[in-house]
Design a protein around this ligand. Structure first.
Ligand SMILES: *Cc1c(COP(=O)(O)O)cnc(C)c1O
Length: 394
């Protein structure tokens, strides 16, 4: 299986056989635990992530199928699934860091992750230094004796900066740091950070992997066994375990991941290109456009440029707000990566706490609109955006 193309491996999941036959879809083991005849088996399952199934918070066959499938797609040795992306990220950061440690992270981070890191600094004395995601020299300069970990996102929210994963992870490796990459926006179809030197990849599977806006989930995939075992033992204390049905829905979504990503990227290409020429629109931030600061890096690291982009309405904040209700096919919603097109206005929602100066510092405009491109027909999304742009004016 491992010598097949990614698209084929995503379809053929590692479903365990049953009496010589293989179910086409994995069974849902909707059970909280297991009963035994042999007490020795119980001890084994309690002490390691890949032992016998004993209790649902520690392991479950449906969840393990998801973990093995994701390890296969990201090129890791194993993974730990969680009930949400934040569950996986919390298990990794809190499971690997201790008071007195220091981490290096990029300034543009998913909001929940930024909050967790701020909280770790305030309550657990885990210090952080922010360094641009594409500046390995700055990362080297920020490393201290107590630095333990580097944290990046393949494509950052909402301005879509791309991380120099090989350069940054090389700097981390030289100093013995653990490097962690949130690959949610890219998905393993576009980029596999472990191939570029990362130690751990994390995902909100709520987004592209699940893909249908019907399940929350997260996962951490590991390049090596030691970190896998360490994070698993903390994850089971944290209790961020996915339920078997949620894991099953994610597996179901993953089988069409390649097809969906291709369409997300194609639609984003059409929309971003046309918006860039529209008189009501200022800059368009999509890594596929040659004008994007990360375009070169994105072309090197990713097989396509993703379905997420942000565009700036020239008329500013009120135009951004009005665009949210002027669209008809697209919907105003947080989250991303589902089959339907979603729009979001960071200045009045996710980033509303920032002052105009702080917003400008992270590159978000008052009229910036974030788009999660769906898999509808490109012309229908474009018609919708065009009529909404007519309403908000230029
Ligand atoms: C949504 C998201 C998360 C958090 O995932 P949840 O499933 O909502 O907990 C983390 N990172 C990125 C990049 C995300 O988009």
């Amino acid at each position: 299986m491992t010598d097949m193309h990614f698209d084929s491996r995503a379809v053929h999941l590692p479903v365990p056989p049953l009496d010589g036959a293989r179910p086409m879809a994995p069974p849902i083991y909707q059970t909280s635990g297991f009963a035994f005849d042999d007490p020795a088996v119980v001890a084994d399952g309690l002490s390691r992530p890949d032992g016998a199934f004993v209790y649902g918070r520690l392991s479950n066959p449906t969840v393990r199928t998801l973990e093995e499938a994701m390890a296969g797609l990201e090129g890791g040795v194993a993974s730990v699934a969680a009930s949400s992306g934040m569950g996986a990220i919390s298990a990794v950061l809190l499971g690997l860091l201790k008071p007195g440690d220091h981490l290096i992270a990029q300034p543009a981070l998913y909001g929940g992750t930024a909050g967790l890191i701020a909280d770790m600094a305030a309550r657990f004395q885990i210090a952080v230094t922010y360094v641009a995601q594409d500046d390995p020299e700055a990362a080297r300069a920020a490393i201290r004796p107590e630095t333990r970990l580097l944290y990046l996102e393949t494509i950052a929210n909402p301005m879509t900066q791309v991380a120099d994963i090989p350069g940054m992870c090389a700097a981390a490796r030289e100093a013995g740091l653990i490097s962690v990459v949130d690959n949610t926006f890219a998905s393993p179809v576009l980029c596999r950070p472990l191939e570029h030197g990362a130690d751990i990849v994390v995902h909100s599977t709520t987004k592209y992997l699940g893909g249908h806006s019907d399940v929350l989930g997260g996962i951490a995939v590991f390049a090596g066994d030691a970190l896998y075992r360490k994070v698993w033992s903390y994850a089971i204390e944290l209790g961020a375990t996915p339920d078997p049905f949620g894991a099953w829905l994610t597996l179901r979504g993953m089988r069409t991941l390649s097809l969906r990503m291709a369409r997300h990227c194609d639609n984003a290409r059409v929309l971003a290109t046309r918006l860039a020429e529209h008189p009501a629109v200022g800059a368009v931030h999509w890594p596929g456009l040659p004008s994007h600061p990360s375009h070169g890096l994105a072309a090197k690291l990713m097989s396509d440029f993703g379905g997420m982009f942000t565009f700036d309405l020239a008329a500013g904040r009120e135009a951004g707000e009005r665009f949210m209700t002027a669209v008809r096919l697209a919907q105003l919603a947080p989250s991303l990566g589902g089959v339907e097109t979603l729009v979001f206005h960071p200045a009045t929602s996710s980033h509303r706490m920032l002052t105009p100066e702080e917003l400008a510092a992270v590159g978000i405009g008052q009229g910036s609109v974030r788009v999660s491109t769906g898999i509808e027909h490109a012309e229908d999304i474009w018609d919708d955006f065009a009529q909404a742009l007519d309403q908000v004016g230029g």
